[in-house]
Design a protein around this ligand. Structure first.
Ligand code: TXA
Ligand code: MG
Length: 321
C-alpha cells in the first residue's frame, strides 16, 4: 500500500520513475499510469496496479520523433507525414518494434504502439527522462478512463505514490490508434483524432479495423469503459418508457429530452462534438456516483469524433456475449 499524493512536482515524478515506481501523468486525452517502459519490473507493476490482463499491450510515450525512432524499425513515409502534422497529439502509431522494447510492453507482438502526448507537463517530464514511459489509462482495468487527477485517485488510491496534476484533460477521449498496411492507414481504435482528419492530412485512404471481439488484437477488450450502474444506448424516449418507475439518469448531446427523470446531463448545449467528447467520461462518472438504477445515453451523430463517442458508449453498454 502507498500513501497516494497529488502534486505538480516534475522532479519528484522523475525520481520515482527512475526508481521503477509508478506515477500517474496528465495527457491531453486521459490520465496515464506511467512507468519506465524499458524496465520489466516496473511494467509488471502497471499490470498489477490496474488489474490488467497481461495480454493487453501498453503504449510507449516519448517526447519527440528522435526518441520514437530508437524504439521502432523504420517508419513508412505516410507515418512520418502524420507524425509531422499530428504529433504531439491524440494519435498512436503501431510500428515494428526494435530490440530495445521489452516483449512485455507489446504482449509478445512484433509491433509497438508509440505516442507523443500534447500535454505540456507530460512533454516536459518525458524530456527529462532517458527512457520512454509505458502508460495505459490510469483506471482499474475495465472502468471509465480518468480525465482529472481526482478521478485517478478515486480508482488507484493506495496503488501508487504520486499523481502529477495537470488539470482536466482537454480532449477527454483516448488517442486514435493507427497501423499501416501497404499505402493504407488502418484505424484500430477510434479516438481523439477523427478518421476524416487523418484522411485529409495523410492524403491517403483510411480503413477501420476495430477488432474488439479478439482480445489479442489492437482494438482491445469489448466490455470496457463501463460504469457500475447499467448503461444503455439508443433512442431516449422508448428506453425511458421501458424503465418507468426506475431512477433514470440521461446522457444527452445537445437537447433536453423533456422527460421526467432523476438526473440529466447535457454534454454540449451548443452542439459541439468536441465539447461533448471532453465532458463524456466526467459525466459518466458523475452519473455512476448518483443514486440511479440505470443510465440511458443518446446515440451521437456518427461523424467526426462522434464515432469515437458512440464507440465508448457502446462498449460501456456491452455486457458480454
Ligand atoms: O490516449 C491514450 O492512448 C491513453 C493515454 C494515457 O496516452 N492511453 C491509453 O492506453 O488509452 P490504454 O492501455 O488504456 O489503451 C491502449 C490500447 C490498449 O488497449 C491496447 O490494446 C492497444 O492500445 N495497444 C497497445 N500496444 C499495442 C500493440 N503493440 N499492438 C496492438 N495494440 C496495442
Ligand atoms: Mg484504457
Amino acid at each position: 500500500m502507498y500513501h497516494t499524493t497529488i502534486g505538480k512536482d516534475l522532479d519528484q515524478a522523475k525520481a520515482l520513475l527512475e526508481r521503477g515506481e509508478l506515477v500517474a501523468i496528465p495527457t491531453e486525452t486521459v490520465y496515464g499510469l506511467a512507468a519506465n517502459g524499458l524496465n520489466t519490473a516496473a511494467i509488471t507493476r502497471i499490470y498489477e496496479a490496474k488489474n490488467r490482463p497481461q495480454f493487453n499491450p501498453l503504449i510507449l510515450h516519448v517526447a519527440n520523433l528522435e526518441q520514437a525512432e530508437r524504439l521502432v524499425m523504420g517508419m513508412p513515409d505516410v507515418c512520418k507525414r502524420l507524425m509531422q502534422l499530428l504529433s504531439p497529439g491524440p494519435i498512436t502509431y503501431l510500428l515494428p518494434k526494435s530490440s530495445l522494447v521489452p516483449d512485455m510492453v507489446t504482449a509478445g507482438s512484433a509491433r509497438v504502439a508509440i505516442r507523443i502526448p500534447a500535454h505540456p507537463m507530460a512533454l516536459a517530464l518525458l524530456g527529462m527522462l532517458d527512457f520512454p514511459l509505458a502508460a495505459p489509462s490510469a483506471n482499474p482495468s475495465g472502468y471509465v478512463s480518468p480525465v482529472s487527477a481526482t478521478h485517478v485517485l478515486e480508482g488507484l488510491q493506495g496503488e501508487i505514490s504520486y499523481i502529477l496534476d495537470g488539470g482536466n484533460c482537454t480532449i477527454g477521449l483516448e488517442s486514435t490508434i493507427v497501423g499501416f498496411e501497404e499505402d493504407k492507414v488502418v484505424i484500430h481504435r477510434l479516438g481523439g483524432i477523427s478518421a476524416e482528419q487523418i484522411s485529409a492530412i495523410a492524403g491517403v485512404e483510411t480503413t477501420t479495423s476495430l477488432a474488439h471481439a479478439s482480445p489479442t488484437a489492437p482494438g482491445q477488450l469489448r466490455s470496457h469503459y463501463a460504469t457500475s450502474i447499467p448503461l444503455l444506448i439508443g433512442d431516449i424516449a422508448p428506453l425511458v418508457n421501458a424503465f418507468v418507475g426506475k431512477k433514470i439518469g440521461l446522457l444527452l448531446f445537445e437537447q433536453s429530452a423533456a422527460l421526467a427523470v432523476e438526473k440529466e446531463i447535457l454534454l454540449s448545449p451548443s452542439g459541439s462534438l468536441e465539447e461533448a467528447a471532453a465532458g463524456l467520461f466526467r459525466a459518466m462518472r458523475l452519473l455512476d456516483q448518483s443514486d440511479l438504477d440505470v443510465i440511458i445515453a443518446q446515440r451521437f451523430p456518427n461523424t467526426g469524433i462522434g464515432r469515437a463517442i458512440n464507440d465508448r458508449l457502446e462498449r460501456a453498454a456491452y455486457k458480454g456475449d
